[in-house]
Design a protein around this ligand. Structure first.
Ligand SMILES: *Cc1c(COP(=O)(O)O)cnc(C)c1O
Length: 240
């Protein structure tokens, strides 16, 4: 078994163990493999190990990789591509054209541009609203107290299907603090649903904190380094 296949097996076991501890249904948490900075060959290896959903953060890199993977696997093999990085308004068109999901929508203008650029004949673009639960000035995400109002406006846009909420919490090794942050997003999710928004996706948890996220109700964990290995720092794209 290759390194990626072995790592995928380990991550799936971690998810299964956390789901069991949380006494949740076995299929209640999806795994998104975050392949940013890794080559098409790594995506293909993960796909051969049964993975179909992949996350990318940099538009140019992703567009090239999607083309390369599609050419290698053939048109009959449809992977699901999720955009999870910061969105510049001049990059909304390739995102709306090439991706199935976007997790990092945090303002109306971006949602409107994605909706307008979604090609007719494609299913609606699945969208999560990114919420800044850690309250860090440097991170993307709408403020928690503005999230539900924004969610209502995004849910009304044609071409998009608002599926849920996403957060990247403040990094910490303190599991209680990890859980407290994830709980904040979960409570917002519950409130949005109580207000009539038909959300089904709580995108939270990464390589180092997926257990805490699953304990707090995550339905989709975004896992990169635990599958593909350590990433080199990426500094060139997204700064213009
Ligand atoms: C890179 C990234 C991940 C994956 O992080 P790991 O710690 O490598 O698992 C998850 N979510 C987002 C938004 C990311 O940018």
């Amino acid at each position: 078994m290759g390194a990626i296949a072995k790592a995928m097996q380990d991550v799936r076991q971690r998810i299964a163990a956390a789901v069991a501890t949380a006494q949740r249904a076995p299929d209640s948490v999806r795994l998104l493999a975050v392949s940013k900075t890794f080559p098409a060959a790594a995506v293909i290896e993960a796909h051969q190990a049964g993975q179909t959903a992949f996350g990318e953060s940099y538009v140019q890199e992703a567009v090239a990789k999607i083309a390369e993977v599609s050419a290698a696997l053939g048109a009959h093999t449809a992977l699901e591509w999720h955009f999870i990085g910061p969105i510049q308004s001049n990059k909304t068109r390739p995102i709306a054209e090439q991706f199935d999901w976007v997790h990092s929508v945090d303002r109306l203008k971006i949602a409107e541009r994605l909706a307008a650029a979604r090609p007719a004949g494609r299913p609606p673009l699945n969208v999560c609203l990114q919420v800044n639960i850690g309250d860090e000035a440097s991170k993307g995400g709408v403020a928690p107290d503005e999230a539900i109002a924004l969610a209502h406006r995004i849910a009304a846009l044609p071409g998009l299907w608002l599926r849920g909420l996403m957060a990247i919490p403040r990094p910490t090794t303190d599991v209680a603090e990890q859980r407290a942050q994830f709980r904040q997003l979960r409570e917002l999710f519950d409130r949005a649903r109580a207000e009539g928004l038909a959300l089904d996706t709580l995108s939270m948890g990464m390589s180092d904190d997926l257990e805490a996220a699953i304990m707090e109700g995550s339905t989709l964990v975004r896992v990169g380094s635990a599958i593909f290995g350590a990433r080199a720092k990426k500094t060139t794209e997204g700064k213009t």
